[in-house]
Design a protein around this ligand. Structure first.
Ligand code: G3H
Ligand code: 13P
Ligand code: ZN
Length: 284
């Protein structure tokens, strides 16, 4: 099956009030864990490559690995750029066959964010590729975008309405209290703000930094209108915990397959759990 765009999976998610999981991938085991989980759960799925992933594996490997996995998949698969940093990078992804890109202009002033995002939308839409934009700053650290807690600020609903109307993005990432990476305490989400953003924009909303967010908060966010949920940290934790477990039990193990195989399975179990929580299991 060839890749589908965000619109193809998020339209049904919005109609039937569930969210599609967007999982970050960096290597073959992670690609397999995500696609196998999606097949077993009969769930539409988004595989996304971050700046770090593109640096680590290179765009050719990322696309080739995900293409190989999607070829035999019977569920809808989106190949998405996560936190894209420039027009040039978005164009590179289009050329390599991504079906969707995020342009993260959240570090720019509103007018500049709108202008830069709009540039990407014009070309991407002409090529049949969907675009996610970001407004407001999501806390935590990402490669090339470092956001100090004090700089992080939430999405303004009025600005969000202007942003969506002017850019015509297909999905909007919002800052409502989540952060990338592990949380120190329990994250507190601003649901009133989320509701206002949904009412004013009508847009498909994206929750970043969803690892470590309690199940009840995830469910409430979906009820209000979040239909794409990004998960990376919890996958890394499961993978590394399992690999460490193998080595702790058998310190002489030298076969990478015996270390990475269980790590992949542990990651797959977390992905399946998230798909059930997001309500996308059984929707493909
Ligand atoms: O958005 C952040 C993701 O967790 C990706 O992080 O650039 O280290 O791959 P990364
Ligand atoms: P976490 O690593 O906190 O799950 O966030 C993932 C994310 O938002 C990727 O864009
Ligand atoms: Zn993110």
């Amino acid at each position: 099956m060839s890749f589908v765009t965000l619109n193809e999976v998020l339209a049904d998610a919005q109609k039937r009030h569930y969210a599609v999981g967007a999982f970050n991938t960096n290597n073959m085991e992670i690609v397999q864990a995500i696609v196998e989980a999606a097949e077993e759960e009969r769930a539409p799925v988004i595989l996304q490559a971050s700046q770090g992933a593109l640096k680590y594996a290179g765009i050719r490997y990322i696309t080739a690995m995900i293409q190989a996995a999607a070829q035999n998949a019977t569920v809808p698969v989106v190949l998405h750029l996560d936190h894209g940093t420039s027009f040039a990078q978005a164009m590179q992804c289009l050329r390599h066959g991504f079906s969707s890109v995020m342009f993260d202009g959240s570090k720019y002033p509103l007018a500049e964010n709108i202008a830069l995002t709009r540039q990407v939308v014009e070309v991407a839409h002409a090529m049949g590729v969907s675009v996610e934009g970001e407004l407001g700053r999501i806390g935590g650290t990402e490669d090339d975008i470092s956001v100090e807690e004090k700089d992080a600020f939430f999405t303004d609903p009025e600005e969000a309405a202007d942003f969506v109307a002017a850019t015509e993005v297909d999905a909007l990432a919002v800052a409502i209290g989540t952060a990338h990476g592990p949380y120190k305490g329990e994250p507190v989400l601003d649901f009133a703000r989320l509701k206002a953003i949904k009412e004013k924009t009508g847009a498909a909303l994206v929750l970043h930094g969803a690892s470590g967010v309690p199940a009840e908060s995830i469910k409430k966010a979906i009820e209000i209108g979040v239909c794409k949920i990004n998960i990376d940290t919890e996958l890394r934790q499961a993978f590394t915990r399992a690999a460490k477990g193998v080595l702790a039990e058998n310190p002489d193990e030298i076969d990478p397959r015996k270390i990475l195989g269980p790590a992949k399975e542990a990651m797959k179990a977390v992905i399946k759990e998230k798909m059930r929580l997001f309500g996308c299991s059984g929707k493909a």
